[in-house]
Design a protein around this ligand. Structure first.
Ligand code: FPP
Ligand code: MG
Length: 300
């Protein structure tokens, strides 16, 4: 999409302005993702200088959070390519994240105050979300509300702020778009959590079945735990954070295949998707329905 190229060019321009050659070199090594947040902003606010700048700011914050996340998760790949921490080291990944994050915040000071508030508040939430996620990695969490709060903060908050900020730019009703973004964001993270189980490494661009081993009891595991009998529950708990052998992987896959855990997780993402669309249904923006559907049906 031509418009996304404008966002990429703006990110490069913002980064070049800081006059640090190595940052520009590192930027070239960052694989571009789906740019969901930019697609959303441009479909709500249209394509103009202000919306492209907002996209660049949000994408830079998102990239910074992933540079930090890959250090926290010790992830060697990102979007199918070696991560910056793998190619360089943890320090480089953290510092480059700090640089992108700070440039984005400097640019935010030139923007509408309500937008600046929405975005900066979302970064506080996503940082808290990441901390909750890491802390949850210590225990086998079976509380759905705790999981939901974590994914809202970690992933939903910045998507919500992107949609709300785009609505502010376009003079539209902020709260409707915030609700849309919030539900879209939560569903997006749940789809990610489902794909960790259903997709393979080549499609995902990162190792599959990694969440449970990393200590993440995501929505399909929560649903599976609910459905299993007591001995199944105990078996599932005993596999938590373990390097699984073939027999254990087979048991897990069979459990997913013979219960409704995956099906009901998918239904939940569809329900959230419906709630997202419900919030903006009178706004006459069909592209937002498309974004929601693409997101639910995605394979990676
Ligand atoms: C990916 O989660 C992580 C996030 C969406 C947020 C990470 C946030 C921080 C590290 C806070 C710091 C923020 C800034 C702006 C510097 P995941 O590990 O579940 O997803 P993955 O499989 O894509 O890695
Ligand atoms: Mg991660």
């Amino acid at each position: 999409m031509e418009d996304l190229l404008k966002v990429k060019a703006k990110i490069k321009e913002f980064t070049a302005e800081c006059g640090h050659q190595k940052s520009l070199e590192l930027l070239e090594l960052l694989p571009t993702g789906k740019m969901l947040r930019s697609k959303l902003i441009l479909k709500i606010a249209g394509v103009n200088e202000e919306s492209i700048q907002l996209c660049a700011v949000v994408e830079m914050i998102h990239a910074a959070s992933l540079l930090h996340d890959d250090v926290i998760d010790d992830a060697m790949t990102r979007r199918g390519k070696p991560s910056i921490n793998a190619m360089y080291n943890n320090k480089t990944s953290i510092m480059f994240g700090d640089i992108l994050y700070s440039i984005a915040f400097t640019k935010l000071t030139f923007m509408n105050l309500k937008i600046a508030y929405n975005i900066s508040n979302a970064v506080t939430l996503l940082s808290i979300g990441e901390m909750i996620d890491v802390d949850l990695g210590e225990t086998f969490n079976t509380d759905y509300d705790v999981y939901l709060d974590m994914i809202y903060k970690k992933t939903g908050s910045l998507i919500q702020a992107s949609a709300a900020s785009a609505a502010i730019l376009a003079g539209l009703e902020e709260s409707k778009y915030a609700t849309y973004g919030r539900n879209l964001g939560i569903a997006f993270q749940m789809v990610d959590d489902i794909l960790d189980i259903t997709a393979d490494e080549a499609t995902l661009g990162k190792p599959a079945m990694a969440d449970f081993k990393e200590g993440k009891v995501t929505i399909p595991y929560l649903k599976l735990y609910e459905e299993l009998d007591n001995s199944g529950k105990e078996r599932l708990k005993s596999l938590y954070k373990k390097d699984l052998n073939e027999e254990e992987i087979a048991w897990l896959k069979n459990s997913f295949a013979t219960t409704k855990a995956l099906k009901s997780s998918i239904e939940l993402t569809q329900k959230l998707g419906f709630e997202a669309i419900e919030a903006i249904k009178d706004e006459g923006n069909l592209a937002l329905i498309d974004i929601m559907q693409q997101m639910c049906d995605r394979k990676f």
